[in-house]
Every structure is written in C-alpha cells, then in structure tokens.
Write a protein that binds this ligand. Structure first.
Ligand SMILES: [Zn+2]
Length: 242
C-alpha cells in the first residue's frame, strides 16, 4: 500500500534557502524517475520562473490570484500526464482558497504537495496564504538553514526598507530583494532588532560597535509603550514595584 499523500509546508524567513530547497526537492524526485509540477508566484527573477540565490533556476507555472490549481492538475491528469508530486514556491503569495485547493489535491488525488514560503510579512503579520497553510498542512517544518541578523542572532523576522530606512506600514505584498541598492528592499532581522527597527545600516550609522544597544531609541519606545500611563490609579499605590 502506497504511503498516504501529504501537504507539507516548509517555512522560513527570506534568505533561508526556501527556493534552493524547493529546487533540490524537485531534483531529488526527478532523479528517482518521478514527475511533477512546479508552481511559483512573483519570483524575483520574473513570471514563470523559480530562482534561488545560489543561482539555480527552473521554469514554473505562475500562480496568479485567480488560478484554480486543483482544476489545472485535474486537467493535466485527464490528458494523461503523470503527476507524482507538486512543488509550490512563494506559497505565502497564494490565496487562501488556492491553499484549500492544494489540500484537495492531496486528499482527492493522492498527490504529495510540498509548499515553501515565508510565514509573516514585514509588519510581522501572517500572510493569508501562510496562515491557511499552517491551518491545513499535515506538517509544518521550519527550514534548518538559518538566516542571520546583522548582530549574529537567528533572524526570525523580515524587515522592509524604503531608501534604506526600515518601514512598518504599507502594502503587504511589494516584491523587492535583499540585494542592496534597490529602493524597496528586505532585510532579515532578529525579533529584538525588528522591534527596535535597527537594520544593519542603522546599526552602523548610530553606533561604533554593532553589538551596542540603541539606548535612546529603546527609551523612546519604552516611554511610548509604557503601560503605567494607562493604568488605573489604585494599582500605582502598590508601591515599590519597579
Ligand atoms: Zn539582531
């Protein structure tokens, strides 16, 4: 009896090697004589291409917001195509209903689906497609290649920079790159530096040592977020807490 098909979501920050792993996964299956389909969405290399930062590249089916992935797969099967697996890169950009289509492909057609994507956007909010994947996937795996913040800590968050300055508002999906020089760019940071909005450039500009903390900025942040300002009066009489 063949193993039951699964929907597996591999997620990580930008720079964590998702597309590289997607292409490696495709290669591994191909080399065992299995055939499959590769989907992607809004890859930095252009429409209908999956590219990795290590230089690997492959053609892929572009997932526009109105593509019915399940129907496409059913049509290919009815034409006699063999589909053993499906690889979905940049899955964070897929619509929730398209993620549900992936689950239908797994359960109804018995095809393994390997999805790769970013969990959360530059505002630390889950992408709708990623949220649906976390809800529906048989397994969610965090990528083992860890991207690093400029401070050396594990990078867990994606920051968007506009002209080199970190921003926390704006449209959820704006395609940029981690390559320096572009107007809209992305940088991976640890949570501490994401919360304090200290990018690599800001750390170099403001401090002689990259390890020193942004005290002024932190103080301002603390003041703004200080819960004590909003606390009812009777609690502040509790005295020597602090
Ligand atoms: Zn950091």
């Amino acid at each position: 009896m063949p193993p039951v098909a699964e929907l597996i979501y591999y997620c990580g920050t930008m720079d964590s090697g998702k597309s590289t792993l997607a292409l490696q996964t495709a290669h591994n299956h191909k080399s065992r004589g299995r055939t499959g389909l590769i989907f992607t969405s809004k890859d930095r290399a252009g429409s209908g291409i999956i590219s990795s930062r290590l230089g690997l590249q492959s053609s892929a089916i572009e997932v526009d917001s109105d593509l019915d992935i399940h129907q496409l797969v059913v049509e290919r099967l009815s034409l006699g195509d063999r589909i053993d697996y499906i690889i979905c890169d940049e899955a964070q950009f897929y619509q929730p209903i398209q993620i549900e289509g992936l689950a239908k492909i797994v359960d109804g057609l018995g095809i393994d689906v390997f999805a790769f994507g970013i969990l959360a956007d530059f505002r630390t909010k889950l992408f709708p497609g990623s949220a649906r994947l976390v809800e529906l996937a048989d397994r969610v795996n965090a990528l083992q290649v860890e991207a690093l913040c400029w401070c050396g800590s594990r990078a867990t968050h994606n920051a968007r920079t506009l002209g080199g300055v970190m921003v926390t508002e704006g449209e959820q999906v704006v395609v940029g790159d981690v390559a320096p020089g572009s107007e809209i760019a992305y940088e991976v940071l640890c949570r501490r530096h994401h919360m304090r909005q200290v990018t690599a450039r800001a750390s170099r500009a403001g401090h002689t040592s990259p390890m020193s903390l942004p005290f002024n900025q932190e103080d301002d942040l603390l003041k703004e977020n200080m819960p004590e300002n909003n606390m009812p009066k009777d609690k502040s009489t509790k005295g020597d807490r602090k």
